[in-house]
Design a protein. Structure first.
Lengths: 213, 248, 248, 213
C-alpha cells in the first residue's frame, strides 16, 4: 500500500496554518520548533518558552548570539518588542494554569483517549529525562501533537493504548501526522483531514484502529 | 550598615558542608553560576545533593563538579543532553543517584519551600510513572498529585547586578531558577557581574529582594556585555567567536 | 495585530453578568480601579461576588458599588475600617454576605487559581476559627490547613501603564493584588494611566505579562503624577491639597 | 498594689532596642508602628510592609504624600534607597516562608503556650476583620507582642489559656508589656526584665499566673 506522506516542513506549515493571530503558543523541542518558521508573516503570535519568556523571536545573526537569551532547547533566540521575562515558577504557572492557547509537542505514541507518551521509551538502562514534557502536556487549552503516523519500523504511533510510559493522561486534542490530521474525541480519533489520496480505510488499515469519520 | 558583599568566591562558598543540599541556578548554561561552582570544587565539600534543572553540560560548571566526585545525588528534570557525558558516565557506573522531577513541579516545589507551603496538588505528572506511589486527589473534576517542598542548605545563583542589601536583578532568560532558589535555601549566595551602590536598582524592577540573599560576590562582566549593554561577539557557550576568516 | 486596547471604560466592563464573581484589585485605595468600578456601577450587573482585600472606603469606588446594591457577597480579609460605613451598614442589615479569609491565604488562593494548583497546605490560620471544618495535616512537624483556589469570572485591576499586548507595569504599593488577580480570572480588565507603544516597556520589568490581560483602557494620569513622575500635592485619597492658608 | 508602668513610647523604645542591625522587621498596625520611631539612628533595619514593600521609610512631608505608597495601615510612607516592591502573594510568601526576622504585634491575650489572640473579641454582632494578623502571627523567626500587661478593666492579658478567638497557635516568642518583658518558653512565661521596682511576686499576683524566673 502506498500512501501520501507530506514532508516535515509541509507538516509544520500545516500546523502553523491552524494557529490564529493573538494565540500564545509553546513549541516543544525538536520538530515542533519548525512550526515557528511557517507562522504567517504579519500575524502576531506570541511564543512562550518555558525557561522564562513570552514574545520569543527568531534565531539571532552570527555575532549577535546572546548566551543569556535561549529557548527551551538551549538554542539562541531573540526577543520581540512586547516581550517579557519571568522566573521558572511563574513560567510553569502560566502553563499549568491554562493560560497558553496551544502547545505543539512531539510523540512516541498517542492513544485514542488522548494519552500522550513522549518522554521515555522505557528502555532499561536508558537515562531518564522528562524536562517540561509533563507540564506542557497538561499546559495549554489545546495540545497538538506533531508526528509521523508510523515509526521508522512501521509501527503505528496512534494507538488504542500507549505501551510506552505516559507523559499525560487525556491531554491531547489533535494529532498532526504526515498522513493526515486527527482530532481526539470522546469516541476516539476522528479524521479531520487526509493528505493527498489517502483514504479513511487505508489509514485505518495502517493503524489497525477504527477511526471516526 | 548592611553589607552582604564578600570579596571573593572562596569566601562566598565558605562553610558549605559535606552532605549539604545545594541548589544551583541556571537552565543549561544560562544563569549557571560557573565561578561559584568552581569555588565549590576548590572548597571540596562532598557527598552533595545538587538541585538543578539539568545535570551539567560539557566539562565546565556543574559538569566539572560532578566530575570532581563531589555529588552524591542529582535532583533535576532533564539530565540527558547531547553534552551531558560527565553525568551520563557517572550514572551508568552507579556513582550518582538521580531523582527525576518534571520541570514545572521542580520549580513549584522549590517555590513552595521558599513560600512556606507544606505541600500542593499539581496536575502535572498525574497518571505517569513519576507520580507512582504519590497521593492523588480529584478536585473539581481534575486529577492532581500531592507534591512537597524542596529545600536546600545553600543556593548558588547568578544574577546581573546586586546592591549591598542583596537586591538582585537578572538578565533575560538567565533569570530562570534564581529567584525561587534564593528563597528556598537557608543560605543564598549570588554571583553578579557588578555590585552597584544602594539605590541604583529600580525598586520596581528588583526581582529578588535582598532578604533572600546572604552573600553577593562580583565576578566581572560577561564577555558578551560591555557596561551592561549587549555587544555580542560570542558563541552560545560565551566563547569569543573565531575570526571570520578562520571559520569552518 | 494584537490590540487589547478598548476605547472607554464602558467597553472595558461590557459583558459582566449578574451573578459573576469579580476580583477587584487594590489595597484600600492604592491600586483600586475606581474608573472601572464606576463603569461597573453604570453597567448595572448585580448579585455579584466581589473579591478584594477590603470592603470599600468612604463613599467612592468599591464602597459605591456596595451602596448601589450590586454585591451579594464579599470575599475579603479586612472589611472593617474607620471609613467602611457603607459595608458596615449593609452587613448589619443582612444585605451582604461575608467570607473572611486571612490576607496571605487570600493572596495564595488567588495565586493558586492562576497557577493551576488544585489546593495547598498553609500554616496560616491553623487552630483558629477561620480554619474550622477544614482539612488539616501535620507535615515535617508543622501543622497546615488545606486551602483551595479562588477563581473569578472577571478581574478589574489598575496599573500604571500598558502596551497593546496587555503587558502591565505598576507603581509602588499599588501593585498589591493586581498581578495575581490578573492570572486568576477568565477575563482580566486593566485600567492604566497610559498605553505606550509596543516595545516601550522594559521586558525585565514587566510585572504582568500580556497573556493574563484581555482588555486595557487608558483613564488618564493620576493627579499626583506628571508624565510619570511623582509631583505630589495631594492627600492620601488623591485629592488636591487645600492652599496652605486655608489649612485647619 | 502600685506597680511601675512605662509609657507606650518607652515601651516602643524598649522593643526597638532589641532589634539588631540588618533585621527584616514587620511592625503591625497600631502601637507596634511606634517602634519605627525608636529604631537606633545609623543602624540599617529593613522594614517590611505586607502590602508589598521592603525598605519602608518614614512618613512623607505634607505635599509629598503619595497615594500609591502606603503601609499596611494605609498611611502614607516613603521608600528608602534599597527598597523593593512585590505583589501580595510574594509578600505573604516572605512571611509564611520564615524570611522575616521579627514581627511586632499587638494582642488582646497571649497564653503561656505562646498562643496569640489579637483579631477578634468574639463579640456577637461585631463585624469580623482579620487582615494579615494570622499570617504575621506565624510569619517571622521571632514574633514579639507589644501590649499592656492588663486591660483597662484590669484583666490580665497574659493568661493560662486565651478566651478570645486565636490568631495563631504557639507562635509568640516574647511579650513586651508596660510592666516588664516576658519570654515564652516550653515551661510558660519566663520573666526577662521587670521595669522599675516591679517584683516577680507582684506580677504573678496581677496575672494570677506562675512565672518562670
Amino acid at each position: 500500500m502506498t500512501t501520501t506522506r507530506i514532508s516535515r516542513a509541509a507538516l509544520a506549515a500545516r500546523v502553523a496554518s491552524d494557529i490564529p493571530e493573538g494565540a500564545v503558543v509553546n513549541l516543544g523541542i525538536g520538530a515542533p520548533t519548525l512550526v515557528a518558521d511557517f507562522l504567517p508573516e504579519g500575524l502576531e503570535i506570541v511564543l512562550h518558552t518555558e525557561n522564562g519568556m513570552l514574545g520569543m523571536g527568531a534565531a539571532p545573526a552570527r555575532g549577535q548570539v546572546d548566551p543569556d537569551l535561549i529557548n527551551a532547547g538551549k538554542q539562541p533566540v531573540t526577543a520581540l518588542a512586547g516581550a517579557a521575562y519571568f522566573h521558572h515558577a511563574d513560567s510553569f504557572a502560566m502553563m499549568r494554569g491554562g493560560h497558553l492557547d496551544v502547545c505543539v509537542l512531539g510523540a512516541f505514541q498517542v492513544s485514542a483517549g488522548g494519552n500522550l507518551a513522549n518522554w521515555s521509551t522505557g528502555e532499561p538502562g536508558a537515562i531518564p529525562a522528562v524536562g517540561g514534557a509533563m507540564d506542557l502536556a497538561i499546559g495549554a487549552k489545546d495540545v497538538y501533537v506533531m508526528t509521523d503516523l508510523l515509526t521508522k519500523g512501521g509501527d503505528p504511533k496512534l494507538v488504542a493504548a500507549c505501551s510506552y510510559p505516559l507523559t499525560g493522561v487525556g491531554c491531547v486534542s489533535r494529532v498532526y501526522t504526515d498522513h493526515g490530521v486527527f482530532d481526539v474525541t470522546p469516541d476516539g480519533f476522528r479524521v479531520r483531514e487526509l493528505f493527498g489520496d489517502n483514504t479513511h480505510a487505508e489509514i485505518e488499515q495502517l493503524l489497525g484502529l477504527e477511526l471516526e469519520a | 550598615m548592611i553589607d552582604k558583599t564578600v570579596l571573593d568566591v572562596a569566601a562566598a562558598v565558605a562553610g558549605i558542608r559535606d552532605g549539604a543540599t545545594v541548589m544551583i541556578g541556571g537552565f543549561g548554561r544560562a544563569g549557571q553560576p560557573v565561578e561559584l561552582i568552581d569555588a565549590l570544587i576548590a572548597h571540596g565539600a562532598g557527598d552533595l545533593t545538587v538541585v538543578n534543572n539539568n545535570a551539567g553540560n560539557g566539562d565546565t560548571g556543574l559538569a566539572a563538579l560532578l566530575a570532581a566526585g563531589q555529588v552524591r545525588k542529582m535532583i533535576c528534570s532533564f539530565p540527558r543532553q547531547s553534552d551531558s557525558w560527565v553525568f551520563d558516565g557517572l550514572y551508568r557506573d552507579g556513582k550518582v543517584e538521580l531523582e527525576l522531577v518534571p520541570q514545572g513541579n521542580l520549580a513549584e516545589r522549590i517555590r513552595a519551600a521558599g513560600a512556606g507551603i507544606g505541600g500542593f496538588f499539581t496536575p502535572t505528572g498525574f497518571g505517569t510513572q513519576l507520580a507512582e506511589g504519590k497521593e492523588t486527589r480529584r478536585i473539581d473534576g481534575r486529577d492532581y498529585v500531592l507534591e512537597y517542598p524542596i529545600r536546600a542548605d545553600v543556593a548558588l545563583i547568578s544574577a546581573r547586578a546586586a546592591d549591598r542589601w542583596g537586591n538582585l536583578v537578572y538578565r533575560e532568560t538567565a533569570r530562570n531558577f534564581g529567584p525561587i532558589m534564593a528563597a528556598a535555601a537557608a543560605v543564598t549566595v549570588a554571583q553578579v557581574d557588578e555590585i552597584v551602590p544602594l539605590g541604583w536598582l529600580d525598586p520596581e524592577a528588583v526581582i529578588t529582594p535582598g532578604l533572600y540573599v546572604d552573600r553577593v560576590v562580583a565576578v566581572g562582566e560577561r564577555p558578551w556585555l560591555r557596561d551592561g549593554e549587549f555587544v555580542g561577539g560570542v558563541d552560545i557557550e560565551g566563547r569569543p567567536l573565531a575570526e571570520e576568516g578562520a571559520e569552518q
